[in-house]
Design a protein around this ligand. Structure first.
Ligand code: AP5
Length: 231
């Protein structure tokens, strides 16, 4: 389906990007949200915002995120429930980084029922782990607009400066090798079981997340078109 045609199409449901750190969840979730006019909800971004504002939640989350561990379900669930209750989520949303545990997935299922939304469409970003370290150590993010770059594979036109608004490009504090290893471990232990959880529910599509940004994007839209999830 051509991009122009897609902008007429509707998703009207929750979409979840599931995959290890560096698999491209944020990169592709932003694309999907833009095309379908849905809010992009990243629990990682929400938590980082709490950290930078020094809220009570941010103070609790900061050291946990700094070690590459998952923030406790109780803290994340309240934050997510508040966000989904806002009017812009009435016709669905694109989640990146949530749910990350079976408890979070079950809770999301209940929340969707309460809001009259059907069960989520889950896009599993499948990728071999050797690629991930390079992607994460090379990632840079615009301080102003949040645009994502990679110094190896998607560099900005001028080093350290955002192509869109000239904002400063920064490295995330948890994108250091030792913390990345912990994040990958947390994914294997706590989040990877969700792949089978959602596969059993029949709502999961595997997307090959290795390859160029454009190749992965193409696979994502083809998979969505084939899922019957687009109207
Ligand atoms: P979060 O912010 O969610 O990080 P993550 O899951 O570790 O995922 P990343 O954002 O690192 O990777 P991504 O898959 O989005 O990849 P991206 O598109 O950026 O979470 C951070 C922390 O917050 C957690 O450790 C935890 O403490 C806490 N947290 C968050 N949610 C939580 C929850 N629900 N429960 C508990 N705790 C929670 O791409 C990465 C790089 O690769 C970029 O440079 C990009 O340009 C590049 N790239 C992308 N696609 C390609 C491609 N096809 N080819 C080449 N390069 C590419």
């Amino acid at each position: 389906m051509a991009l122009e045609a897609r902008s007429e199409a509707k998703l009207d449901r929750a979409v979840i990007f599931l995959g290890p750190p560096g698999s491209g969840k944020g990169t592709q979730a932003k694309e999907l949200a833009k095309v379908y006019g849905l809010p992009h909800l990243s629990t990682g971004d929400m938590l980082r915002e709490h950290v930078s504002q020094g809220t009570a939640l941010g103070v609790k989350a900061k050291p946990i995120m700094g070690r590459g561990k998952l923030v406790p379900d109780s803290l994340v669930l309240r934050m997510v429930a508040e966000r989904i209750a806002r009017p812009d989520c009435r016709h669905g949303f694109v989640f990146d980084g949530f749910p990350r545990t079976v408890t979070q997935a079950k809770y999301l299922g209940e929340l969707l029922k309460q809001h009259g939304l059907q069960q989520p469409l889950v896009l599993h970003m499948a990728i071999a782990s050797p690629v991930l370290m390079r992607r994460l150590t090379g990632r840079r993010t615009c301080k102003v607009c949040g645009a994502l770059y990679n110094v190896y594979d998607r560099p900005p036109q001028a080093a350290g400066i955002c192509d869109y608004d000239g904002g400063e490009l920064v490295q995330r504090p948890d994108d250091r090798e030792e913390v990345i290893r912990e994040r990958l471990h947390a994914y294997e232990q706590q989040t990877a079981p969700l792949v089978e959880y959602y596969r059993r529910l029949g709502s999961l599509q595997d997307i090959g997340a290795d390859g160029s940004f454009e190749e992965v994007k193409q696979r994502m839209f083809e998979s969505l078109a084939g899922s019957g999830g687009v109207r």
